[in-house]
Every structure is written in C-alpha cells, then in structure tokens.
Design a protein around this ligand. Sequence first.
Ligand code: ATR
Length: 320
Amino acid sequence: NKYKIRQIGPDTKVFGIVGNPVSHSKSPIVQNQAFRSVGFNAVFLPFLSDDLAKFLSTFSAPDYAGFSCTMPHKETAVRCCDDLDPIARDIGAINTIIRRADGKLVGYNTDYFGAISAIEDGIRASQSTDSTTSPLAGRLFVVIGAGGAGKALAYGAKAKGAKIVIANRTFGICFLELLLNQFNLITAQIKVFTLRGQTFPARAEELANIIGGSALTLSELENYHPEEGMVLANATSVGMHPNVDETPLSKHALKSYAVVFDAVFVPRETRLLREAAACGATVIDGLEMLIRLVIVQFKLFTGGMTAPECLMREAILTKT
Ligand code: ATR
C-alpha cells in the first residue's frame, strides 16, 4: 500500500534496491510511482542484504530484472557483474545492475552524473548563469570519502576539469600502525613489517593515484586553505540519521569553501550544510543528487522510456 503497487501478474518484472540500511530509501516510492505513471509492468522493492553476491545468486531468475545497489555494495558490486558500462569501469564502483536478455548482469554508475549535475546546477543557480562551460573547470574540488560515492564524485569532477583532493579517515597504514601502537607486540610488529614490505595502499591515496589528484588525512583537511572558492563534497555517511549531530569537517575549516555538497540526504539539511550556509557557501543537498540519479536509473530499468521527471522530483521531495 505504501508503494501504491497496483497489480502483480506473471509478466511483472521485479526491481529493487539492495543494501544495508535500505529502510530509509526513497527509491521504492519513486520508482513504483514512475513505473505506474508510464504503464511499465514492474514493481520495485527494498531488499536488506549484507551479501550482494549471495543475494544475486538467490534472485537469479529472469524476472528479477535489475537492482539499485547502495551502501556497502557499490564497490563489491563491480565484481558481481558480467559486464560493465565503460564509465562504471573507470570509476570502479556501480550503483545499478541490469539483467540483460541473455541473463548477464551489466553494471552502471548513475551516482556520478547525479552528483556532478546537481553541483553544477547549484553553482549556476547561485551565479545566475546558464553557461555551458562547467563551473567546476579549474576549481579545487575536495572529496571526503574514498568509497563508491567518493570514487564517483572524484571521477566526475575530474572529467569536468577540476583539481582533485581526496580526504579519508583510512590513510597510510593507520590500521596496522594502530595495532602496533596499541599492543606493541612482537607478533604485531612482524605483521606490520611484512605488510609494509608489500606496500598496502590506503583508500585516499589509492583513489588519488587513480584519478590524478592528491590525498589528505581528515585532520590535515581541518587546516587546509590553499585557495579561496574551493568545492567540498561529503561522500561519507557522517551526519546521516540517526547521527545527525556529526559532521565530517569542523565549522572553522569551512571558510575557504564557496560550494559545499553533501551526499547524505536523511536529513536533507545536515549539520555540514547548515554550518557551510552560515559561512556563506552555496549548499547543495543529497536529494538533488538523488533526483537526478534515479531518473537515469529509471531509463536503464525501463530500457529507455522517458522518465516522468516532475513526478519523480515531487515523490522524492515529499516527506514520507
Ligand atoms: P559508499 O559506497 O556509499 O561510498 P562505502 O564504500 O562504505 O560507501 O564508503 C564509505 C566512506 O565513508 C568511506 O570512505 C569511509 O571511510 P573508510 O574508507 O575509512 O572506511 C567513510 N566513512 C564511513 N564512516 C565514517 C566516519 N564515521 N568517519 C569518517 N569517514 C567515514
């Protein structure tokens, strides 16, 4: 009833969002309304799962026609697909899986388009310009987070000509160093040196190397003010419900940013965005990204049908 599904028959295709958590997801409400409005015989359901590979092998019948994948699956999902869209391959993370007619699973990334177009439109609106040149070109673009969403943002901003900085809590060999510092055991030291010998790239450095940017720790980012007019994008879950008092960067560190984007969309106005707005930055929220990325997903799910964009925007912005 919540999803307003009308009729399910033998020909109804099944789509869904897979992740943990999924209860906050707006995708079932949006996609079911959109499917209904264009007469596409399909349903879209939330699937709570920590094991994507197991999930996909269980739901392998042709009727399970496609999935949106969310935290924590965006990177592991790459290995679960038989084929990847070229951009998804470059990003190294996907958020959409489509089952082709031959049964093969193809991975796509619609996060990158959703986030970057939301940021570009937000900047253009604040500058009252509709220039076709990307407002990200030449700007310093700082991404916090090096998971699936961080990869998509870094890739997208780089493609628009931005200079990229990645900041992540996992940096260097900090986990192993922590182990060494905390326990100071001979066995731990041996383990650290063994792994050090093999070079163990941490997420921020690894992503910065792939994209062509630089990496920082979160504490370095607190005092990072190389230039004015920078763009900041939070691609972590910090600040997400129920931890609404958390923020990935303290208020004093926000002063050099002209634009701040938060991929978190529950709540829509995160502490990061509130504090950035108070510092005078243009703020862009995760719902703007979501609207754009689910519209592209709809087109993939339906094999190219025109998305009812106004209806989908309204469904996402309506409080449920
Ligand atoms: P997604 O696919 O949505 O990007 P993910 O791959 O699990 O999700 O990545 C989550 C990102 O948020 C990671 O960069 C993670 O940092 P680590 O690489 O160190 O795990 C970051 N993250 C999650 N919780 C965090 C927290 N409490 N503080 C700082 N960063 C956090």
